[in-house]
Design a protein around this ligand. Sequence first.
Ligand code: CO
Length: 226
Amino acid sequence: MQSYQRLLLANKAWASEKLNLDEAYFEELAADQKPEFLWIGCADSRVPANEVTGTHPGEIFVHRNVANLVLHTDINMLSVLQYAVEVLKVKHVLVVGHYGCGGVKAAMTNKDYGLINKWLRNIKDVYDKHERELRHIEDEQKRFDRLVELNVEEQVSNLAKTTIIQKAWHQRQGPQLHGWVFNLNNGLINTVTEMQPGSHIDPIYRYDFKPEDIQKDPDLSTHYGA
Ligand code: CO
């Protein structure tokens, strides 16, 4: 048997197990999704959103890319974010990095990796921004771990710079933003940073919204100006 066939067999077993436990499982699954969480994580195969958080299908809306970046030019990530925040109205956005991240590690080197240089450049910029702190960490492993954390912090702050998040904060006092780092060595998540709705954003990145933009959603108009 080829390895991909193992996946299809396991899928059949999974589906029938779900049906055995609950006859209506797939009817309910197919009916709707109301996830409370958006997970923006690394594409690394060792950090599956549902598995490491003990959640089930329908609970987490997921976007993953190399080194969990939030870039204001990435139409893929922004589309996921807009849908999650404006339509699904998630309560929490989680940026989840992980120690030992190959993307972050590659960005710390001077190697030419081809096309992906352009993506990793964003992590080099995080390094450069925090160079003063990082250069004092002599141990390379510790400096690597710290850059993973700083990268997550930076991506959370990038979320807060989007109109999608700022508008939602005005409209409904949500979502909360979280920066987490998963530890492959013990399976535990470190909480690194958190931004509550209305948190400080550097003035140059703030957007003004017209009252009519905010009041489009009648359920939310009472929160305007809060
Ligand atoms: Co990674």
